[in-house]
Design a protein around this ligand. Structure first.
Ligand code: CAA
Length: 387
Protein backbone atom coordinates (compact mmCIF):
# COMPACT_ATOMS: atom_id res chain seq x y z
CA UNK A 1 0.00 0.00 0.00
CA UNK A 2 1.34 3.39 -1.03
CA UNK A 3 -0.21 6.66 0.11
CA UNK A 4 2.24 8.76 -1.96
CA UNK A 5 0.75 10.70 -4.83
CA UNK A 6 2.44 10.39 -8.20
CA UNK A 7 4.28 13.33 -9.71
CA UNK A 8 1.38 13.96 -12.11
CA UNK A 9 -1.16 13.81 -9.30
CA UNK A 10 0.85 16.33 -7.26
CA UNK A 11 1.17 18.53 -10.33
CA UNK A 12 -2.59 18.63 -10.97
CA UNK A 13 -3.28 19.23 -7.26
CA UNK A 14 -0.80 22.12 -7.17
CA UNK A 15 -2.16 23.63 -10.39
CA UNK A 16 -5.68 23.44 -8.97
CA UNK A 17 -4.54 24.86 -5.62
CA UNK A 18 -2.80 27.76 -7.32
CA UNK A 19 -5.76 28.55 -9.58
CA UNK A 20 -8.14 28.22 -6.61
CA UNK A 21 -6.08 30.57 -4.42
CA UNK A 22 -5.40 33.20 -7.08
CA UNK A 23 -8.59 33.23 -9.11
CA UNK A 24 -11.41 31.39 -7.36
CA UNK A 25 -11.11 32.22 -3.64
CA UNK A 26 -11.06 36.02 -4.10
CA UNK A 27 -14.43 35.82 -5.89
CA UNK A 28 -16.19 33.18 -3.78
CA UNK A 29 -18.02 35.51 -1.35
CA UNK A 30 -19.22 37.77 -4.16
CA UNK A 31 -20.39 34.82 -6.28
CA UNK A 32 -22.33 33.51 -3.29
CA UNK A 33 -23.82 36.89 -2.33
CA UNK A 34 -24.97 37.74 -5.84
CA UNK A 35 -25.80 34.14 -6.83
CA UNK A 36 -23.62 34.87 -9.86
CA UNK A 37 -22.71 32.12 -12.32
CA UNK A 38 -18.86 32.15 -12.51
CA UNK A 39 -18.64 32.21 -16.31
CA UNK A 40 -15.03 33.41 -16.32
CA UNK A 41 -13.95 30.64 -13.91
CA UNK A 42 -15.76 27.97 -15.91
CA UNK A 43 -13.95 29.19 -19.05
CA UNK A 44 -10.59 29.11 -17.23
CA UNK A 45 -11.27 25.61 -15.89
CA UNK A 46 -11.85 24.54 -19.48
CA UNK A 47 -8.49 25.99 -20.52
CA UNK A 48 -6.77 24.20 -17.63
CA UNK A 49 -8.31 20.87 -18.63
CA UNK A 50 -10.39 20.66 -15.43
CA UNK A 51 -13.69 20.06 -17.21
CA UNK A 52 -12.65 16.72 -18.68
CA UNK A 53 -9.91 15.53 -16.36
CA UNK A 54 -10.34 11.78 -16.83
CA UNK A 55 -11.54 11.93 -20.44
CA UNK A 56 -9.03 10.42 -22.89
CA UNK A 57 -7.00 13.04 -24.75
CA UNK A 58 -8.35 11.85 -28.11
CA UNK A 59 -11.78 13.09 -26.98
CA UNK A 60 -10.64 16.49 -25.74
CA UNK A 61 -9.87 15.51 -22.15
CA UNK A 62 -6.76 15.77 -20.00
CA UNK A 63 -6.35 11.96 -20.00
CA UNK A 64 -5.60 11.85 -16.26
CA UNK A 65 -6.80 9.45 -13.58
CA UNK A 66 -9.70 9.76 -11.15
CA UNK A 67 -7.41 10.34 -8.16
CA UNK A 68 -6.21 13.48 -9.97
CA UNK A 69 -9.84 14.42 -10.50
CA UNK A 70 -10.57 14.00 -6.77
CA UNK A 71 -7.52 16.12 -5.88
CA UNK A 72 -8.48 18.94 -8.24
CA UNK A 73 -12.10 18.83 -7.09
CA UNK A 74 -11.04 19.19 -3.45
CA UNK A 75 -8.85 22.22 -4.17
CA UNK A 76 -11.42 24.05 -6.30
CA UNK A 77 -14.23 23.29 -3.83
CA UNK A 78 -12.14 24.54 -0.90
CA UNK A 79 -12.11 27.94 -2.58
CA UNK A 80 -15.69 27.85 -3.90
CA UNK A 81 -18.04 24.88 -3.58
CA UNK A 82 -20.28 26.27 -6.34
CA UNK A 83 -17.43 26.27 -8.83
CA UNK A 84 -16.55 22.77 -7.58
CA UNK A 85 -19.94 21.27 -8.34
CA UNK A 86 -20.11 22.89 -11.79
CA UNK A 87 -16.85 21.08 -12.50
CA UNK A 88 -18.07 17.84 -10.93
CA UNK A 89 -21.31 17.68 -12.93
CA UNK A 90 -19.48 18.28 -16.20
CA UNK A 91 -16.80 15.66 -15.45
CA UNK A 92 -18.66 12.93 -13.60
CA UNK A 93 -22.25 13.20 -14.70
CA UNK A 94 -21.85 14.25 -18.30
CA UNK A 95 -18.43 13.28 -19.67
CA UNK A 96 -18.04 10.01 -17.79
CA UNK A 97 -21.21 8.28 -19.13
CA UNK A 98 -20.28 9.36 -22.65
CA UNK A 99 -16.77 7.93 -22.22
CA UNK A 100 -18.22 4.65 -20.95
CA UNK A 101 -21.43 4.26 -22.96
CA UNK A 102 -21.34 6.84 -25.75
CA UNK A 103 -21.11 6.00 -29.46
CA UNK A 104 -18.05 7.05 -31.43
CA UNK A 105 -20.13 9.81 -33.05
CA UNK A 106 -21.27 11.11 -29.63
CA UNK A 107 -17.69 11.03 -28.40
CA UNK A 108 -16.39 13.00 -31.38
CA UNK A 109 -19.20 15.50 -31.76
CA UNK A 110 -20.46 16.01 -28.20
CA UNK A 111 -17.98 14.70 -25.63
CA UNK A 112 -14.94 16.37 -27.23
CA UNK A 113 -16.12 20.02 -27.04
CA UNK A 114 -17.62 19.42 -23.56
CA UNK A 115 -14.40 17.88 -22.21
CA UNK A 116 -12.46 20.83 -23.65
CA UNK A 117 -14.79 23.24 -21.86
CA UNK A 118 -16.08 24.78 -25.07
CA UNK A 119 -19.53 23.45 -24.23
CA UNK A 120 -21.15 22.46 -20.92
CA UNK A 121 -23.12 19.40 -19.87
CA UNK A 122 -25.75 18.51 -17.28
CA UNK A 123 -27.58 15.37 -16.10
CA UNK A 124 -31.35 14.84 -15.88
CA UNK A 125 -32.46 12.02 -13.61
CA UNK A 126 -34.38 13.63 -10.72
CA UNK A 127 -37.99 14.66 -11.17
CA UNK A 128 -40.44 16.68 -9.06
CA UNK A 129 -42.02 13.43 -7.75
CA UNK A 130 -39.04 11.05 -8.11
CA UNK A 131 -35.76 11.64 -6.29
CA UNK A 132 -34.37 8.80 -4.18
CA UNK A 133 -36.63 6.26 -5.88
CA UNK A 134 -35.17 7.07 -9.26
CA UNK A 135 -36.82 4.21 -11.18
CA UNK A 136 -40.27 5.71 -10.60
CA UNK A 137 -39.69 8.61 -12.98
CA UNK A 138 -42.63 9.85 -15.06
CA UNK A 139 -40.67 11.05 -18.11
CA UNK A 140 -41.38 8.83 -21.09
CA UNK A 141 -39.84 8.43 -24.54
CA UNK A 142 -42.06 6.88 -27.22
CA UNK A 143 -40.52 5.21 -30.26
CA UNK A 144 -41.43 6.86 -33.55
CA UNK A 145 -40.02 6.60 -37.05
CA UNK A 146 -36.33 7.64 -36.92
CA UNK A 147 -36.23 8.50 -33.24
CA UNK A 148 -38.09 9.11 -30.00
CA UNK A 149 -40.60 11.63 -28.67
CA UNK A 150 -39.96 12.66 -25.08
CA UNK A 151 -42.43 14.08 -22.55
CA UNK A 152 -41.70 14.91 -18.93
CA UNK A 153 -39.85 17.21 -16.53
CA UNK A 154 -36.61 17.00 -14.56
CA UNK A 155 -35.68 19.23 -11.63
CA UNK A 156 -32.68 20.38 -9.57
CA UNK A 157 -30.61 20.18 -12.74
CA UNK A 158 -27.23 21.61 -11.76
CA UNK A 159 -25.66 23.54 -14.68
CA UNK A 160 -29.09 23.31 -16.35
CA UNK A 161 -29.59 27.01 -17.14
CA UNK A 162 -26.18 27.25 -18.89
CA UNK A 163 -25.68 23.74 -20.26
CA UNK A 164 -25.44 23.04 -23.98
CA UNK A 165 -26.40 19.37 -23.53
CA UNK A 166 -28.29 17.19 -21.10
CA UNK A 167 -28.02 13.46 -20.50
CA UNK A 168 -31.63 12.56 -19.93
CA UNK A 169 -33.26 9.41 -18.56
CA UNK A 170 -36.74 8.36 -19.65
CA UNK A 171 -38.97 5.29 -19.47
CA UNK A 172 -39.04 3.53 -22.84
CA UNK A 173 -40.84 0.31 -21.93
CA UNK A 174 -43.50 -0.71 -19.43
CA UNK A 175 -44.67 -4.29 -18.89
CA UNK A 176 -48.49 -4.07 -18.96
CA UNK A 177 -48.90 -6.97 -16.52
CA UNK A 178 -46.16 -6.43 -13.95
CA UNK A 179 -45.80 -2.67 -14.40
CA UNK A 180 -41.99 -3.12 -14.50
CA UNK A 181 -40.31 -0.37 -16.48
CA UNK A 182 -37.16 -0.06 -18.55
CA UNK A 183 -35.29 3.20 -19.01
CA UNK A 184 -33.09 4.62 -21.74
CA UNK A 185 -30.48 7.40 -21.62
CA UNK A 186 -30.43 10.13 -24.29
CA UNK A 187 -28.06 13.02 -24.98
CA UNK A 188 -29.96 16.10 -26.11
CA UNK A 189 -28.75 19.56 -27.16
CA UNK A 190 -30.31 22.66 -25.57
CA UNK A 191 -32.40 24.43 -28.17
CA UNK A 192 -34.00 21.20 -29.40
CA UNK A 193 -37.67 21.95 -30.17
CA UNK A 194 -39.81 20.98 -27.16
CA UNK A 195 -36.90 21.20 -24.66
CA UNK A 196 -37.36 24.26 -22.43
CA UNK A 197 -35.92 25.47 -19.12
CA UNK A 198 -37.45 27.23 -16.13
CA UNK A 199 -35.87 30.16 -14.32
CA UNK A 200 -33.09 29.11 -11.97
CA UNK A 201 -33.67 27.83 -8.43
CA UNK A 202 -32.80 29.74 -5.24
CA UNK A 203 -31.03 27.61 -2.65
CA UNK A 204 -29.52 27.61 0.85
CA UNK A 205 -25.97 27.18 -0.46
CA UNK A 206 -23.91 26.62 -3.63
CA UNK A 207 -25.72 29.71 -4.84
CA UNK A 208 -23.43 30.38 -7.80
CA UNK A 209 -23.99 26.89 -9.22
CA UNK A 210 -27.26 27.51 -10.99
CA UNK A 211 -29.85 24.76 -11.28
CA UNK A 212 -33.31 24.69 -12.80
CA UNK A 213 -36.24 22.54 -13.86
CA UNK A 214 -36.27 21.45 -17.50
CA UNK A 215 -39.27 20.38 -19.57
CA UNK A 216 -39.70 18.05 -22.52
CA UNK A 217 -42.90 18.46 -24.43
CA UNK A 218 -43.42 16.46 -27.58
CA UNK A 219 -39.62 16.68 -27.97
CA UNK A 220 -38.31 14.65 -30.91
CA UNK A 221 -34.76 13.28 -30.72
CA UNK A 222 -33.16 11.09 -33.39
CA UNK A 223 -32.14 7.46 -32.79
CA UNK A 224 -28.49 8.45 -32.47
CA UNK A 225 -29.32 10.42 -29.30
CA UNK A 226 -29.55 7.15 -27.36
CA UNK A 227 -26.60 6.67 -24.97
CA UNK A 228 -25.74 3.01 -24.45
CA UNK A 229 -28.41 0.42 -25.20
CA UNK A 230 -32.16 0.97 -25.34
CA UNK A 231 -33.65 -0.34 -22.07
CA UNK A 232 -30.38 -0.14 -20.13
CA UNK A 233 -30.57 3.51 -19.08
CA UNK A 234 -30.98 2.80 -15.37
CA UNK A 235 -27.64 1.02 -15.35
CA UNK A 236 -26.09 4.01 -17.15
CA UNK A 237 -27.53 6.27 -14.43
CA UNK A 238 -26.34 4.09 -11.54
CA UNK A 239 -22.86 3.51 -12.96
CA UNK A 240 -22.57 7.27 -13.57
CA UNK A 241 -23.53 8.02 -9.97
CA UNK A 242 -20.87 5.56 -8.75
CA UNK A 243 -18.40 8.05 -10.21
CA UNK A 244 -20.38 11.20 -9.37
CA UNK A 245 -20.38 10.30 -5.69
CA UNK A 246 -16.56 10.46 -5.71
CA UNK A 247 -16.83 13.99 -7.11
CA UNK A 248 -19.27 15.06 -4.38
CA UNK A 249 -17.16 13.38 -1.68
CA UNK A 250 -14.22 15.45 -2.97
CA UNK A 251 -16.33 18.60 -2.94
CA UNK A 252 -17.21 17.85 0.70
CA UNK A 253 -13.50 17.38 1.49
CA UNK A 254 -12.75 20.78 0.00
CA UNK A 255 -15.45 22.54 2.02
CA UNK A 256 -14.22 20.89 5.24
CA UNK A 257 -10.58 21.65 4.45
CA UNK A 258 -11.45 25.34 4.01
CA UNK A 259 -13.45 25.41 7.25
CA UNK A 260 -10.59 23.76 9.17
CA UNK A 261 -7.93 26.08 7.73
CA UNK A 262 -9.98 29.18 8.60
CA UNK A 263 -10.57 27.82 12.11
CA UNK A 264 -6.87 27.20 12.73
CA UNK A 265 -6.04 30.70 11.49
CA UNK A 266 -8.78 32.32 13.60
CA UNK A 267 -7.86 30.33 16.72
CA UNK A 268 -4.30 31.63 16.51
CA UNK A 269 -5.47 35.26 16.30
CA UNK A 270 -8.48 35.51 18.59
CA UNK A 271 -7.83 36.02 22.30
CA UNK A 272 -9.91 35.09 25.34
CA UNK A 273 -9.01 34.77 29.00
CA UNK A 274 -5.60 36.32 28.28
CA UNK A 275 -4.44 33.86 25.60
CA UNK A 276 -5.15 33.13 21.97
CA UNK A 277 -7.97 30.59 21.87
CA UNK A 278 -5.79 27.88 20.29
CA UNK A 279 -4.32 27.51 23.81
CA UNK A 280 -7.68 26.31 25.14
CA UNK A 281 -8.12 22.56 25.17
CA UNK A 282 -11.78 22.96 24.16
CA UNK A 283 -10.65 24.50 20.87
CA UNK A 284 -7.74 22.06 20.44
CA UNK A 285 -10.08 19.09 20.75
CA UNK A 286 -12.42 20.48 18.12
CA UNK A 287 -9.48 21.10 15.77
CA UNK A 288 -8.19 17.57 16.43
CA UNK A 289 -11.56 15.99 15.60
CA UNK A 290 -11.98 18.12 12.49
CA UNK A 291 -8.56 17.14 11.14
CA UNK A 292 -8.97 13.46 11.95
CA UNK A 293 -12.39 13.18 10.34
CA UNK A 294 -11.20 15.09 7.29
CA UNK A 295 -8.29 12.72 6.79
CA UNK A 296 -10.51 9.65 7.27
CA UNK A 297 -12.91 10.96 4.64
CA UNK A 298 -10.02 11.75 2.29
CA UNK A 299 -8.71 8.18 2.54
CA UNK A 300 -12.16 6.76 1.76
CA UNK A 301 -12.45 9.10 -1.21
CA UNK A 302 -9.01 8.31 -2.59
CA UNK A 303 -9.71 4.59 -2.22
CA UNK A 304 -12.92 4.93 -4.24
CA UNK A 305 -11.13 7.03 -6.89
CA UNK A 306 -8.27 4.52 -7.11
CA UNK A 307 -10.80 1.70 -7.58
CA UNK A 308 -12.52 3.69 -10.31
CA UNK A 309 -9.14 3.95 -12.02
CA UNK A 310 -8.76 0.18 -11.79
CA UNK A 311 -12.25 -0.27 -13.24
CA UNK A 312 -11.22 1.61 -16.40
CA UNK A 313 -9.08 -1.32 -17.50
CA UNK A 314 -10.56 -4.17 -15.45
CA UNK A 315 -14.31 -4.40 -16.10
CA UNK A 316 -14.78 -6.82 -13.19
CA UNK A 317 -13.93 -4.09 -10.67
CA UNK A 318 -16.95 -2.40 -9.03
CA UNK A 319 -16.76 0.53 -6.64
CA UNK A 320 -20.44 1.24 -5.87
CA UNK A 321 -20.02 0.54 -2.16
CA UNK A 322 -16.70 2.35 -1.80
CA UNK A 323 -18.07 5.43 -3.62
CA UNK A 324 -21.17 5.40 -1.41
CA UNK A 325 -19.03 5.06 1.74
CA UNK A 326 -16.82 7.95 0.65
CA UNK A 327 -19.79 10.18 -0.15
CA UNK A 328 -21.69 9.26 3.01
CA UNK A 329 -18.79 9.85 5.36
CA UNK A 330 -17.29 12.89 3.58
CA UNK A 331 -20.61 14.74 3.29
CA UNK A 332 -21.66 14.21 6.91
CA UNK A 333 -18.11 14.96 8.04
CA UNK A 334 -18.16 18.21 6.07
CA UNK A 335 -21.30 19.42 7.84
CA UNK A 336 -19.84 18.46 11.24
CA UNK A 337 -16.55 20.23 10.49
CA UNK A 338 -18.29 23.38 9.22
CA UNK A 339 -20.53 23.31 12.31
CA UNK A 340 -17.46 23.22 14.57
CA UNK A 341 -15.80 25.95 12.52
CA UNK A 342 -18.69 28.27 13.34
CA UNK A 343 -18.42 27.28 17.00
CA UNK A 344 -14.72 28.18 17.03
CA UNK A 345 -15.45 31.54 15.39
CA UNK A 346 -18.25 32.28 17.89
CA UNK A 347 -20.56 35.11 16.82
CA UNK A 348 -18.26 36.02 13.93
CA UNK A 349 -18.81 32.55 12.51
CA UNK A 350 -22.47 33.39 12.12
CA UNK A 351 -21.68 36.55 10.18
CA UNK A 352 -21.27 36.81 6.42
CA UNK A 353 -18.02 38.70 7.13
CA UNK A 354 -16.34 35.32 7.66
CA UNK A 355 -16.42 32.47 5.14
CA UNK A 356 -17.32 29.64 7.52
CA UNK A 357 -21.05 30.41 7.37
CA UNK A 358 -20.84 29.83 3.59
CA UNK A 359 -18.94 26.58 4.22
CA UNK A 360 -21.76 25.49 6.54
CA UNK A 361 -24.48 26.26 3.99
CA UNK A 362 -22.50 24.71 1.14
CA UNK A 363 -21.66 21.53 3.07
CA UNK A 364 -25.32 20.70 3.63
CA UNK A 365 -26.11 19.94 -0.01
CA UNK A 366 -23.44 17.25 -0.19
CA UNK A 367 -25.67 15.11 2.09
CA UNK A 368 -28.52 15.43 -0.40
CA UNK A 369 -27.56 15.43 -4.05
CA UNK A 370 -26.27 12.46 -6.02
CA UNK A 371 -28.09 10.32 -3.49
CA UNK A 372 -28.99 11.31 0.08
CA UNK A 373 -27.06 9.84 3.01
CA UNK A 374 -29.93 7.38 3.42
CA UNK A 375 -29.49 6.18 -0.20
CA UNK A 376 -25.74 5.75 0.37
CA UNK A 377 -26.56 3.59 3.42
CA UNK A 378 -28.93 1.50 1.27
CA UNK A 379 -26.18 0.94 -1.31
CA UNK A 380 -23.58 0.10 1.37
CA UNK A 381 -25.90 -2.27 3.27
CA UNK A 382 -26.99 -4.01 0.04
CA UNK A 383 -23.34 -4.70 -0.79
CA UNK A 384 -22.47 -5.89 2.72
CA UNK A 385 -25.50 -8.15 2.96
CA UNK A 386 -25.45 -9.68 -0.52
CA UNK A 387 -24.36 -13.22 -1.25
N1 CAA B 1 -24.07 0.03 -11.65
C1 CAA B 1 -24.70 -0.65 -12.65
N2 CAA B 1 -25.94 -1.16 -12.50
C2 CAA B 1 -26.56 -0.98 -11.33
C3 CAA B 1 -25.97 -0.29 -10.26
C4 CAA B 1 -24.67 0.21 -10.46
N3 CAA B 1 -24.04 0.88 -9.47
N4 CAA B 1 -26.83 -0.27 -9.23
C5 CAA B 1 -27.93 -0.93 -9.61
N5 CAA B 1 -27.76 -1.35 -10.90
C6 CAA B 1 -28.71 -2.14 -11.69
C7 CAA B 1 -29.09 -3.39 -10.93
O1 CAA B 1 -28.19 -4.44 -11.19
C8 CAA B 1 -30.46 -3.70 -11.48
O2 CAA B 1 -30.35 -4.35 -12.73
P1 CAA B 1 -31.36 -5.56 -13.14
O3 CAA B 1 -32.72 -4.92 -13.20
O4 CAA B 1 -30.83 -6.01 -14.46
O5 CAA B 1 -31.25 -6.57 -12.05
C9 CAA B 1 -31.05 -2.31 -11.74
O6 CAA B 1 -29.94 -1.41 -11.83
C10 CAA B 1 -31.97 -1.85 -10.62
O7 CAA B 1 -31.21 -1.90 -9.42
P2 CAA B 1 -31.93 -1.89 -7.99
O8 CAA B 1 -32.99 -2.93 -7.97
O9 CAA B 1 -30.88 -1.91 -6.94
O10 CAA B 1 -32.64 -0.46 -8.05
P3 CAA B 1 -33.58 0.27 -7.02
O11 CAA B 1 -34.78 0.77 -7.70
O12 CAA B 1 -33.77 -0.56 -5.79
O13 CAA B 1 -32.76 1.61 -6.65
C11 CAA B 1 -31.16 2.99 -5.60
C12 CAA B 1 -31.50 1.62 -6.20
C13 CAA B 1 -29.75 2.80 -5.07
C14 CAA B 1 -32.06 3.39 -4.44
C15 CAA B 1 -31.21 4.06 -6.71
O14 CAA B 1 -32.55 4.35 -7.09
C16 CAA B 1 -30.52 5.35 -6.34
O15 CAA B 1 -29.30 5.45 -6.40
N6 CAA B 1 -31.30 6.40 -5.95
C17 CAA B 1 -30.74 7.71 -5.74
C18 CAA B 1 -30.76 8.52 -7.00
C19 CAA B 1 -29.75 9.61 -6.99
O16 CAA B 1 -28.63 9.46 -6.54
N7 CAA B 1 -30.14 10.75 -7.58
C20 CAA B 1 -29.23 11.83 -7.72
C21 CAA B 1 -29.58 12.63 -8.92
S1 CAA B 1 -28.25 13.35 -9.74
C22 CAA B 1 -27.88 14.79 -8.95
O17 CAA B 1 -28.11 14.97 -7.79
C23 CAA B 1 -27.16 15.73 -9.84
C24 CAA B 1 -26.84 17.09 -9.40
O18 CAA B 1 -27.53 18.03 -9.70
C25 CAA B 1 -25.54 17.33 -8.73
Amino acid sequence: MDFELTETQRMIRDTARDFAAKEVAPKAAELDKNERWPAELVAKMGELGFLGIAVPEEYGGAGLDHVSYALAMEEISAACASTGVIMSVNNSLFCDPLVKFGSEKQKKEILTPVARGEKLGCFGLTEPMSGSDAQTMATVAKKVDGGWVIDGAKNWITNGPHADYIILFAITEKDPTTGKVKHTAFVIPSGTAGFTKNARDHKLGIKAAHSCTVFFENCFVPDDAVVGKVGEGFKVAMATLDGGRIGIASQALGIAKAALEKSVQYAKERKSFGVTIDKHQAIQFMIADMGTELDAARLLTWRAAALKDKAVTDKSVRHSMESAQAKLYASEMSTRVAHKAIQIHGGYGYSTEFPVERNYRDARITELYEGTSEIQRIVIAANLLKG
